[in-house]
Every structure is written in structure tokens, then in C-alpha cells.
Design a protein around this ligand. Structure first.
Ligand code: AMP
Length: 299
């Protein structure tokens, strides 16, 4: 899907204000809310692309004020993962946000989020088990911890997350409910390149030949959707997804069809989700596709 056009800039539009201090951003967000403004928040790790910007545009359409955070969160990367080389094109990110109706760009230092000597982590079980949770031990604890900390710094009415990271959305919703956090979590559709590849900051790592092969992930999901509606079993579909990816040289981490909310066994009368993850060279990619309930479908 092509990037949505940026909203036109008008003189009434507030200029973007990068702010590093969590105490200051919290005070300003609380003041805006006390004045009756609805605040929407889009947490990101930066290297913004059309997927991120779709979240920002949705927040701008639905809220009076928009906050975006850019923070490459060290605790969600495992040893040997790409924390050090994760792209950090801050100037380009700020330029992309400047043409949008964003009031705060929260860009904290690591020490502002994780004070020296920090020793507290949030552990989510349930939807954090399996899939990304297995391949990346500790990843969702890092995600839950940083999202909690970011929501504390940006105490907004609503936070926007991408369906691209489906399991992450389940983990965040679980944490918000379990900890009674006063915020609404909204999940927005995955934005894709023209050939179907889900947009990701990590796509920039792909060598040209691997970029062409990367379409295998979304192809495997298209195949899964067709087979799911044709009544095939989750096990059979998972095997087919794996074949589609392996035939293009993807080193598959997992391919599965599971219940969309619990990530347990899929059942016909509830939404399911096809989940895939794999590696091309040094680049790790994930994708997913929601599958509608199929009760009453031709089987
Ligand atoms: P990240 O910067 O990768 O942590 O992503 C920040 C937010 O953007 C998360 O909620 C992601 O799920 C979301 N996001 C990333 N890629 C996409 C995409 N292609 N479409 C929609 N949302 C996305």
C-alpha cells in the first residue's frame, strides 16, 4: 500500500517539539488533557516509514493532540541482535513528522527510561508465550517494560499500535488490562509495499536479492488465507506456509495458524491468525494475517 499523503501544513499547525525530558512531556500531556484535549500516542523505535506514519495520521484524525515517541529500546533486544546497528535517522524522522499534526516528539535518552541501577521489569505470560516469545527470550518483557514506562511519560487517552506486530499488540493489551492502566489501545492495519512485503524499519537491511525473496512471507500468508477458507487444518496450512517460504530461501523461525486472541489452537468459529517469522541473510522478518471465522463456510 502506498504511503498516505501527508496532511497539508497550515500556519495554525503547531511545530514539532522534540523533547527528551519525561517529566516535562508528562506535565504537558496532563495539562492538555486537563484542558479537555484528547491525546493520542504513537510509540516507535524510529526509522519511520509509511506504516508508522499511518498510525500518526490515524491519531491525528481521531485526537486533538498527537505524541510520538522515538526510542530504540535496549531491553527488547537479545544478545547478538541488532540493537547497535538498528537505524537511527533522527533528522529524517523529525522531518517526516514535521508535515504532520504532531505536538510532541518524545526522544528520551536511555538513562531517562532506565535509570542507573534499574532493576524492575514487567513480565507478561499468556500471549507472550511461544512464537516471538520463544525465538526472542526476554523480548516481550522488554516491550512491556518500555511501553509501561512510555505510557507513564505520555499519559495519553489512546495509544496506537500496528497489527504488523500482532503478538506484541496482545501482550500490550494484556498488560494494560492486568495493571489497570487508564488508556485505550487501538490496533491499526499493516501497511505493505506494492509487492505485499510488510513495511519494517529492518527492510532497509535487505540486500537486493533478499528483498525480492522477502515477498515469500506475505505470499505464504495469502496462501494460508485461501487454505483456511477452504477448510484446511491449521497443521496442514502451517506446513504449506513453511514450504512457500523455504522455496524462496527464507530460513523459517515459525509458521503457524492459531487463535487470534489466545494464540492457542485455532477453532473454526473464532478469528484466527497466521503468523510467520524467518530470516534472509542477517535480516529477521515477521508478518501475520488475520483469518475470519469459518463456521458455515464450504468445507
Ligand atoms: P517499531 O518502530 O518497529 O517498534 O514500530 C512502532 C509501531 O509501528 C508498532 O506499533 C508497530 O507495530 C507499528 N508498525 C511497524 N510496521 C508497521 C506496518 N508495516 N504497518 C503498520 N504498523 C506498523
Amino acid at each position: 500500500m502506498a504511503a498516505p499523503p501527508p496532511a497539508p501544513v497550515t500556519s495554525a499547525m503547531p511545530t514539532v517539539q522534540p523533547v527528551a525530558d519525561p517529566v516535562r512531556v508528562r506535565a504537558e500531556v496532563l495539562a492538555a488533557r486537563a484542558a479537555g484535549r484528547r491525546v493520542g500516542f504513537v510509540p516507535t523505535m524510529g526509522a519511520l516509514h509509511a506504516g508508522h506514519l499511518a498510525l500518526v495520521d490515524r491519531a491525528a484524525a481521531e485526537c486533538d493532540e498527537v505524541a510520538v515517541s522515538i526510542f530504540v529500546n535496549p531491553t527488547q533486544f537479545g544478545p547478538g541482535e541488532d540493537y547497535e546497528r538498528y537505524p537511527r535517522p533522527l533528522a529524517a524522522d523529525l522531518a517526516a513528522l514535521r508535515s504532520r499534526r504532531v505536538r510532541w516528539v518524545f526522544v528520551p535518552a536511555v538513562e531517562a527510561i532506565y535509570p542507573p541501577g534499574n532493576a524492575t521489569r514487567i513480565v507478561v505470560e499468556g500471549p507472550a508465550r511461544g512464537y516471538e516469545g520463544d525465538v526472542r527470550p526476554g523480548h516481550f518483557s522488554g516491550v512491556a517494560t518500555v511501553v509501561h514506562r512510555l505510557l507513564q511519560a505520555v499519559p495519553s487517552d489512546v495509544a496506537y499500535f500496528g497489527a504488523k506486530d500482532w503478538q506484541q499488540t496482545l501482550v500490550v493489551k494484556r498488560m494494560v488490562e492486568d495493571l489497570g492502566l487508564p488508556i485505550e489501545i487501538l490496533v491499526c492495519p499493516t501497511v505493505r509495499e506494492g509487492d505485499g512485503l510488510a513495511m519494517s524499519s529492518r527492510n532497509a537491511y535487505l540486500a537486493p536479492a533478499d528483498r525480492r525473496r522477502a515477498v515469500a512471507l506475505s505470499e505464504s500468508l495469502t496462501t494460508a488465507a485461501a487454505r483456511w477458507s477452504a477448510g484446511r487444518s491449521a497443521t496442514e496450512i502451517a506446513a504449506t506456509m513453511r514450504e512457500v517460504m523455504e522455496s524462496r530461501g527464507v530460513v523459517v523461525d515459525y509458521a503457524a495458524v492459531v487463535d487470534a486472541e489466545s494464540l492457542e489452537d485455532a477453532v473454526d468459529d473464532r478469528p484466527a491468525v497466521a503468523l510467520v517469522a524467518g530470516r534472509l541473510g542477517v535480516t529477521r522478518l515477521i508478518d501475520n494475517r488475520l483469518l475470519p471465522p469459518r463456521v458455515g463456510s464450504a468445507r
